[in-house]
Design a protein around this ligand. Structure first.
Ligand code: FAD
Ligand code: MLT
Ligand code: ZN
Length: 492
């Protein structure tokens, strides 16, 4: 299903080809066999390279022949310095769950993967400050914190594979941003390596620190374009003792907006997630997983509401009163509250399972966008109309569009517009782009809410950022990475 998505990009001739001598240097540095996947001097099959060269959506394809897995910050420093001195291009890679092609090489860039940098370095049980290597898997960090009564302030469907360094590099938003805020606020410090090997030691543990420019912010959402994050210091909140989840059905998007308004009003400090799913996204999950519907009836819209607090009785009472009001006033048509942990899990699975089920037919065009709430769902309706008008919806290779679906983090005005297809097809792409980006620009939205730019959105940044802003960004890139070896062909 992989497309030759960007045939217009040519390999930058300034970058050197990897030689046996380069490989020998890295072999000497990293030692153990497990630290190196080498398709240059060793007889490594394409299959061995596949996890590093391919993405989750089968959309992007790299041609990397060398994967390095450093075990320490010092090793990262030596790797990057050598690459910079020898003009070898580099792609930092964490769990490779990114959705914009950022972690996949375009040509033969060297992948520097963080999976061996997986130690928790420090935790303070009083302040909740965690310091950990970039390659710690998000779920592992959260399980460590759970034992101490704390929670990682970010959660997302890919938690079992993504690395916290990758999360910070993408500035991932996730399911509870509404409650715990953005990584720009929760990350207290960063350790990173610049292309010339300099170790940026800004691994502070303070919540307040107004001494000069806050340079770590450049690495949060920097997508590996100015340096490689090797460790993160992050402020973690107390793990809530009481968690409740409700799953509701509504007749219209307007009613979901009313429900959100009421949720903020009545659940206020205990509201921890407000997720929106349209019927198309939910029907796909039922179809693929063949699971029992959570509600008896079928509705055009659904939402998942979560509360997190410290007093189960108080929280349940609040939630019941809120739901009563929604039902009495006819704001929602039906709803169910999870009675135990298993039901909480199955409600979340009905939401978190959407991305995987959308990919079931082969491919998916994904648009992760910020839109003012009042306009948010209109984009899905208008996109569906365009696809239908173009006659691309059907059941065959000739008519490859399976479904147009909308879901996302409504509490953060973040829509995920997805078009599931049997195969990637230029005709579908032409109906969608630049239409989606122009539409978003007109309503002053953002073409990337939480997934980043990667290679997918590199050409469209001008729809959300002014010429002046883009030029300032280019100056920063040139300052930190004058040779341009860090994640080339992407971002800007
Ligand atoms: P990768 O995919 O490996 O890398 C992502 C980018 O960061 C690349 O540009 C890479 O070069 C760079 N990078 C990686 N590690 C480093 C490092 N140490 N230093 C510098 N640069 C680095 N995103 C959300 O925001 N919210 C969601 O709710 C969400 N849900 C998801 C659900 C699923 C099922 C999937 C597959 C993805 C989801 N994502 C979501 C997208 C993705 O951004 C996150 O999964 C995660 O933040 C990526 O982490 P990773 O370790 O896999 O990074
Ligand atoms: C989500 O919210 O499920 C993720 O961002 C992944 C996606 O957009 O599909
Ligand atoms: Zn999301």
């Amino acid at each position: 299903f992989t497309t030759d998505t960007y045939p217009e990009i040519k390999r930058d001739p300034r970058f050197a080809q990897i030689t046996k001598e380069h490989v020998a240097f890295f072999r000497e540095l990293l030692g153990k066999d497990s630290a190196l996947v080498d398709g240059v001097t060793a007889d490594v099959s394409l299959e061995d390279m596949e996890p590093y060269n391919g993405d989750w959506m089968r959309k992007y394809r790299g041609h990397c022949k060398l994967v390095l897995k450093p075990g320490s910050t010092e090793e990262v420093s030596k790797i990057l310095k050598y690459c910079n001195d020898n003009m070898l291009a580099v792609v930092p890679q964490g769990g490779n769950t990114g959705l914009v092609g950022g972690s996949i090489p375009v040509f033969d860039e060297i992948v520097v993967n963080t999976s061996r940098m997986n130690k928790i370095r420090f935790f303070d049980e009083v302040s909740g400050v965690l310091v950990a290597d970039a390659g710690v898997i998000l779920e592992v960090a959260d399980q460590f914190l759970a034992e101490k009564g704390y929670i990682f302030p970010l959660d997302l469907g890919a938690k079992g594979s993504c690395h916290i360094g990758g999360n910070v590099a993408t500035n991932a938003g996730g399911l509870r941003l509404l409650r715990y805020g953005s990584l720009h606020g929760t990350v207290l410090g960063i350790e990173a390596v610049l292309p010339d090997g300099t170790i940026v030691d800004d691994l502070g543990r303070l919540r307040k620190n107004n001494t000069g420019y806050d340079l770590k912010q450049l690495f949060i959402g920097g997508e590996g374009t100015i340096g490689m994050i090797t460790a993160v210091s992050i402020h973690c909140p107390q793990r809530p003792k009481a968690v409740n989840v409700a799953y509701l059905g509504a007749e219209s998007y307007e009613q979901l907006q009313q429900a959100f308004r009421e949720a903020k009003n009545h659940l206020s400090e205990i509201l921890s997630a407000f997720e929106m799913m349209d019927s198309y996204s939910q029907d796909l999950v039922y179809k693929v997983r063949q699971n029992k519907r959570l509600l008896e009836g079928e509705y055009p819209f659904y939402c998942l509401i979560e509360t997190s607090g410290s007093n189960p009785t108080h929280d349940s009472e609040k939630l019941e009163a809120f739901l009563d009001q929604l039902m009495t006033e006819g704001i929602v048509s039906d709803g169910v509250v999870a009675q135990d942990e298993t039901q909480i899990k199955s409600m979340w699975a009905q939401r978190e399972g959407v991305p995987e089920c959308l990919g079931h037919w082969g491919g998916v065009y994904k648009y992760d966008v910020s839109i003012p709430l009042s306009d948010l769902y209109r984009l899905v309706d208008e996109t569906r109309e365009r696809i239908e008008k173009a006659g691309l919806k059907g059941d065959t290779d000739e008519f490859p569009v399976v479904e147009v679906a909308g879901y996302g983090h409504m509490g953060d005005s973040n829509l995920h517009l997805n078009v599931a297809v049997r195969r990637y097809d230029k005709r579908v792409e032409e109906v969608l782009e630049p239409f989606v980006y122009e539409w978003i620009s007109k309503v002053n939205g953002s073409i990337s809410a939480e997934h980043g730019l990667g290679i997918a959105k590199k050409n469209y940044i001008g729809f959300s950022r002014s010429e002046t802003m883009i030029n300032l960004m280019k100056q920063i890139k040139a300052l930190y990475d004058p040779n341009g070896i860090m994640n080339p062909y992407k971002y800007l």
